[in-house]
Design a protein around this ligand. Sequence first.
Ligand code: SAH
Length: 805
Amino acid sequence: MNIKVGTRGSTLARVQSQWLIDVLAKAHPQIKFEMVIIKTKGDLVQDKPLDKIGDKGLFTKELEDALLSGVIHMAIHSMKDMPSQLPEGLMLTLPTVREDPRDVLLTPHKIDSLAALPQGAVVATGSKRRISQLKKLRPDVEIVGIRGNIDTRIRKMQEQKLDGIILAAAGLKRIGRFVDDAYETVALPEKTFIPAPAQGILAVEIRADNELVKDLMKAISDPDTIVQMNGERSFLKTLNGSCHIPVGAYVEMKNESIKIYGLYGLEDMSRVVTRSIEGPPEEAEALGKELGLECYKAVHTKPGKVYLAGGGCGDPGLLTVKAMGVLKRADVIVYDALVNESFLNEAKEGAEIVYVGKRAGNHAMPQEDINALLIEKGLEGKTVLRLKGGDPYVFGRGGEEGEDLYDADVPFEVIPGITSVIGGLAYAGIPITHRDCVSSFHVITGHLKSNAYDGSSDLDWPVLGKLKGTIVFLMGVKNLKKICAELVKNGMDAQMPVAVVHRASTPYQRVVVGNLETIYEIATDAKITAPSLIVVGEVVNKREKLRFFDEKPLFGKTIIVTRSREQSSQMSEKIVELGGNPIEYPTIKIVPINEAACDEKVKELDKYTHIVFTSINGVEIFFDSLKRSGKDARAFGKLHITAIGEGTKNSLLSRGLTADFVPDKYVGEELVNGLAPLLTKDSRVLIPRSKNARIYVVQELSKICPVDEIQSYETIREDHVTVDPLEMLKNKEIDYITFTSSTTVEFFVEKIGAQHLAAINAAKCVSIGPQTSKKCLELGIGVDIEAEQYTIQGMLDAILKDTEK
Ligand code: SAH
């Protein structure tokens, strides 16, 4: 019996077919195997890149025709040339043992890894799979196309003085050119440089009805290769792979299980992903499919973006405008211990907020997990803000996160931050350089590997001891004693000034000053702990004149602001300006109501003689209604306008309207007393105001003339809360709680919980006016301070007065 074995005519094709024929002949001595050479289209067109000619089956079609017509019984291909789908009536037999699956780099350089290739090296390869992986591992390498059989390619490398070409190890081994004096053969590990699916496996294609050949092949099949082929081909099939798209797969055989590595990308290579999956060997096919689907999904979902941002060194005002912009629109915020938590109030509603720093008793999230989290969220298409204290690259491990994101193909950007090294010092009154004394500065980690004071250390103390510039040690408080001793031992003047700055630029900032000899004792006595900066240098003396922060009137005072989110910032800014620490805990939220009714009144505005605005919200919502009705400020005509409060007055002014009457005190009684004399029975008053307002004003004015009230908005409880001050209240870390209306009192107690009244009362309660104070007392809160002027400024003045006591 004569079995005709079809193959392409290239040397490699013939060599590998001969190899298989030898294996078959040995297993089946009674049968004669004969090689038949058939030319394919891929062999004929040599001058174009592969992905530019024809479609799938470039190297297989003619052989398949010969099989179907009975000219040959078996067709031998490199498995990696096989399209994922075979023509009707044909099938692959079980494979025989696999040759080396890896890719290799052939290079004239005497090197043993891809990393060792010279910068900017020129490497030839035509495969998109290889190009994308090479670009990833060596972004500097210039990649050029190449075609032809192995010998041609090696010749081209030499003629064109290329720094390398990438080939399959299997082919080189088969034709005996794996090791050669003319070049080095650098193997590219299959897990990091994923080969083509089934690379190194010979594909034997037969007619599905040819039982005899099927059995001949079965006798020489290899169980591991079968598993690998099933897994890798299934991955390829799921992705409908061809040479036009980057696709690679490798099944690693482990003891009891397999791990499949897959690579897949878009045709233009703008997005290429790698993923892996593990499972039992029997499920190789299903696993290959699952991995293929996962890769498909990853490639076709647009990834989001991760911003590695610095949050500044403490003072919330030190966040960059750019970081704030991202903060407001981020879907996910991942932040560290040193980040000011007040930023979280700026997060959009529904943003996912993940704390990854250390917390009492708990370890911080391990760096690998943080990296994995950023990658996961980025791949889900989310905008992720990774917020770190200070600057992300100053001892912040931002570089590691960026590298992992790069490896995972997640786009990222870096937003630098104000580092504590510079900003923190400034808040302590220490300029990091000064013409009088230093011309350089040095930033050193004080987190020493060797803490034993035995002279061994990972810092070069002899060099540090001689530095003339300012030295800032981060993470060094624990080693303060050693740091000072080493510097003196290595030549620095023991009288050199040193400052230790604890929690710089925050309300908890504490600064102690001494010299190399004394500072350890001074800092220990003052119980200074981490996080602190250690500053060594003459610049420390400048603090006497340059300190500005810890001398502000509200320095060190923590004040809760309970107003609505929109209105908090104005108050917080004033507190910060005075050196205080505002904690925004919005308790109320303003929502417009009765819009249709409001629009109706606006349409007949000319029927009224007087209008009364009681709040900024009232003004804003009224103007929204005007706008909806196609009107503007002209609609007010001769209307007499009353405004309660400075804010309301200013809000009108900004819209071009000057209030005719502003009561001195911002309470209802004052309003009625002032307005009543101006009204006659023919007057008609409109009051757009909150649903929660007191009935008093309307009741009193109605005694004189018709009064229409529009309940245009409502104050409801704010439930979107990112900061919970309860712990701080319990720890007596809050100095003042400010209440700007009775509803803020009501909802504050509701939210904190009436059972915590003692904790609430441990702080001083500041009320804006009598109504608010009344509510406080009603709910069991003692009013320590009531503003004289019933305004925000009035409250702050009252607090300032209190601190002077
Ligand atoms: N990326 C940060 C530094 C991180 S290392 C930056 O650029 O500032 C952490 C160390 O920074 C702390 O141990 C402490 O030494 C220092 N540090 C950060 N913020 C600080 C602050 N507000 N006050 C004092 N030290 C601070």
